[in-house]
Design a protein around this ligand. Structure first.
Ligand code: MRU
Length: 361
């Protein structure tokens, strides 16, 4: 995707062939800052502090994190240590485990002298694959938007939650990929962007991406979606997922479930866009998915640009108030109209997923 006329992916190998470049997403939308990761600990911190976030990008960063961890020592002990460090960085997005295990499977059988080069090659492949897969699910998802196209030329109104745009992946995004594709194809679209408390990924990231792409959108508070659906102002919802259970239950950013309930009550189609790397075939249903609990300060403090142009943090609750901060929730498959994958769209069910991915039978 383009930033100020320059093409960017969200993660890249720096010119020295060792360090890994990322966009520091904690600074957006007010500052566009890139950073180099040098050690595996840098990669772990980038993931846990959410400089990079979004399930596919977390996976890609972990893959390069394995490389960084092996630069000085490629032994089996070190490989185990590095993989363990990365896997515990965040618990919910299954792409993290998926990418680390993919790296380990490729590297472990090799002689020590071949491991590092192969690790970097595999991480690059994981990134390239992510781009292709997301572009492909974007094309499938665009067909669903096309079906909602209106004869009078009015835009198709799409509600999305959190950020599942290109910033959440290596490129293209998942839930936003169909929207970018539809916009490119000349289908008029308008996006309702949930602000997505507490980290405000909608306000900070999705709005920034849509503005940069010239896509019409409005930021809404997290509680507005149900009201808009009741008044016929949402044609479809598209969200991403951090982990999809084998039965089609979907775990995504906290608040997704409430949107799916409102969508069901108002007969608004509710789609989830996912690269197959977010399917956890070992989780039978959503209750088995670990839900990340994050720091209470994310709820108690809000940051933004002051009238002086400087980024400030302010406390929004009484000093003695404590906060709870579950970061994800599970939307049961019965509330989901369809799962948009790189191989097409299927019902949110075990049979639906297996019809597209029969190799997991
Ligand atoms: O906590 P985050 O910002 O990493 O959560 C991200 C989401 O919930 C996204 O919707 C999900 O990872 C899908 S991204 C393509």
């Amino acid at each position: 995707m383009q930033v100020n006329g320059q093409a960017y992916r969200c993660i890249w190998l720096e010119d020295d062939g060792r360090r890994v470049g990322i966009i520091d997403q904690t600074k957006l939308p007010h500052q566009f800052v890139t950073q180099s990761l040098v050690t595996v600990d840098d990669a772990v911190l980038a993931i846990s502090d959410m400089l990079v976030r979004g399930a596919p990008l977390i996976g890609a960063t972990a893959a390069y994190g394995v490389c960084l961890g092996l630069v000085a020592d490629c032994s089996d002990t070190r490989l185990d240590e590095v993989c363990a460090k990365l896997i515990q960085a965040r618990p919910t997005a299954v792409n993290l485990r998926w990418a680390v295990e993919k790296m380990r499977t490729v590297i472990a059988p090799l002689p020590l002298g071949q491991r590092l080069a192969r690790a970097y090659a595999e991480a690059a492949m994981i990134c390239d694959e992510d781009v292709q897969v997301n572009e492909s699910l974007g094309t499938h998802g665009m067909q669903l938007i096309e079906k909602c196209r209106k004869d009078d030329g009015q835009p198709v109104n799409i509600l999305t939650h959190c950020n599942a745009g290109w910033l959440a992946t290596v490129d293209w995004g998942t839930a936003l990929a169909p929207i970018f594709k539809a916009h490119e194809a000349g289908i008029p679209v308008h996006v309702w962007v949930d602000e997505t408390r507490p980290r405000n990924q909608g306000a900070h990231l999705t709005a920034w991406e849509l503005a940069a792409a010239g896509i019409d959108h409005h930021l809404i508070v997290d509680n507005a979606g149900g009201h808009l659906m009741q008044h016929g102002k949402v044609d479809l919802c598209i969200v991403g997922t951090d982990r999809t259970a084998a039965n089609g239950d979907v775990c995504n950013k906290i608040g997704t479930y409430l949107k799916a309930l409102a969508a069901m009550d108002n007969a608004v189609p509710f789609y989830v866009a996912l690269p197959s790397s977010t399917i956890d075939w070992t989780s039978g249903n959503g209750t088995e998915i670990p839900i990340e609990e994050r720091a209470e300060d994310e709820v108690l403090l809000v940051s933004g640009k002051g009238m002086d142009g400087v980024i400030h943090q302010v406390r929004i609750a009484p000093d003695q108030t404590r906060a709870a901060n579950p970061a994800f929730d599970v939307t049961p498959a019965r509330l989901i109209t369809g799962l948009i994958t790189e191989r097409g769209t299927c019902p949110a069910s075990r049979d639906g997923l297996l019809s597209l991915f029969p190799e997991h039978r």
